[in-house]
Design a protein around this ligand. Structure first.
Ligand code: HEC
Ligand code: HEC
Ligand code: HEC
Ligand code: HEC
Length: 174
């Protein structure tokens, strides 16, 4: 009698496991390996979020090319703007892309270029707002009033710390 009960219990457990697997294991389990096969297709079907600089190329070729010629060539477009997926999907613009003007722009540039201890020696840094007073302009100037953001030395002649020489017009005082 004892053994009969034991066997009954074991059979019960086996049935529970088999039925439990049938009910709870997802359909595509084990299709490719020890995971849900459908997971691969679900992930692949998700909308693109980050797309690298090449994702901007087809729609913004001019800026893409300009940037490759300048000192910002190695920067990611999306680090200064936002993920491409929030701006374009399937070859069409779906929403505005943030672009920083005014004070937020100054904050963005200074995040990388402000002089702090410990920056690699070769990294170009400025003291702020001294950088602006050195050029004899008001400290309310934004960086893009002199620097082309996508190629930051494009309009600037180097090596003239005093009596700045700019190829473009810079109105001193506004
Ligand atoms: C260093 C930060 C930075 C990087 C990197 C950057 N941008 Fe910008 N971008 C800005 C800022 C700031 C503005 C707005 C100010 C301005 O246009 O002067 C802007 C403006 C723009 C505009 C608006 C049109 C225009 O000319 O003002 C477009 C389009 C644009 N960027 C595309 C790109 C693309 C494409 C890339 C990569 C190839 C890129 N940006 C990389 C900072 C950046
Ligand atoms: C499918 C085309 C497409 C792609 C891809 C695309 N853009 Fe745009 N973008 C546009 C259009 C259209 C406009 C509006 C007209 C214009 O300014 O050229 C625009 C405008 C912008 C602007 C100005 C603000 C605005 O939204 O009007 C910025 C900044 C910008 N794009 C940055 C980028 C960056 C950075 C990338 C890559 C990460 C990118 N775009 C990828 C089509 C695209
Ligand atoms: C994510 C970091 C980052 C941001 C944000 C950024 N830069 Fe840069 N910038 C760099 C790097 C990296 C270089 C290239 C350094 C090199 O060539 O070794 C560079 C180079 C430069 C140079 C050339 C300096 C030189 O002597 O070679 C200028 C000028 C400049 N940036 C201005 C700006 C301005 C203006 C902004 C804001 C629109 C800005 N940067 C935003 C990282 C950044
Ligand atoms: C009034 C014009 C003007 C404005 C505004 C301006 N710059 Fe400059 N910047 C210059 C000039 C000119 C140089 C070159 C100086 C030289 O070679 O001695 C320069 C050089 C630089 C360099 C390179 C420094 C180095 O030693 O290699 C960086 C980085 C830079 N600027 C960042 C910025 C940032 C960030 C802003 C905004 C906060 C800004 N600049 C605003 C005119 C300006």
């Amino acid at each position: 009698m004892f053994y009969f009960r034991l066997v009954l219990l074991l059979v019960g457990i086996v049935i529970l496991i088999v039925v439990g697997r049938m009910i709870f294991l997802p359909d595509s389990w084990g299709q490719y390996g020890y995971y849900r096969g459908a997971y691969i297709h679900e992930e692949a079907a998700k909308n693109l979020v980050y797309g690298t600089n090449d994702s901007c190329k087809e729609c913004h070729k001019e800026i893409y090319d300009l940037k490759l010629q300048g000192h910002h060539q190695r920067l990611s477009c999306e680090i200064c703007h936002a993920p491409v997926g929030e701006h374009a999907q399937n070859g069409e613009k779906i929403a505005d892309m943030p672009r920083k003007l005014g004070e937020p722009q100054v904050d963005l540039c200074l995040k990388c270029h402000i002089k702090v201890e410990g920056k690699p020696e070769k990294f170009p840094v400025i003291e702020y707002p001294k950088h602006l007073s050195d050029q004899n302009v008001k400290v309310t100037h934004t960086c893009d009033q002199c620097h082309t953001v996508h190629a930051p030395l494009e309009n600037i002649e180097r090596g003239r710390t005093k009596g700045v020489t700019l190829k473009m017009e810079v109105s001193g005082g506004n």
